[in-house]
Write a protein that binds this ligand. Structure first.
Ligand SMILES: [Zn+2]
Length: 96
């Protein structure tokens, strides 16, 4: 698993706008607390492959947020709409 740090960069802003435009709706699957670390698992419906979902993991520790998604864009290190939708849900990302 390669985790990407969340920043306020333009690529996250674009992912945020895409998530809203495509109405990506994350479903919370699990939330685990281990000391100062919170790990949240989500499934996001795939826009390009309806009926399938992408697995998103959001890890928070010491004020840092790291994210993982199993979609192709995320595997190439790009901010994706699935993670963005989860971050919007958590109040950690908003359109400028
Ligand atoms: Zn994704």
């Amino acid at each position: 698993m390669v985790f990407e740090a969340v920043t306020s960069s333009d690529q996250w802003q674009r992912a945020c706008v895409r998530a809203i435009a495509r109405q990506v709706n994350p479903i919370s699957m699990n939330e685990a607390h281990d000391g100062a670390i919170t790990t949240r698992h989500y499934v996001c419906g795939s826009v390009s492959h309806p009926g399938t979902g992408h697995h998103v993991v959001i890890v928070e520790h010491a004020g840092d947020t790291e994210t993982y998604c199993d979609c192709e864009g995320s595997q190439h290190g790009r901010a994706c709409q699935h993670v963005a939708a989860c971050l919007i849900n958590l109040g950690k990302l908003a359109p400028r």
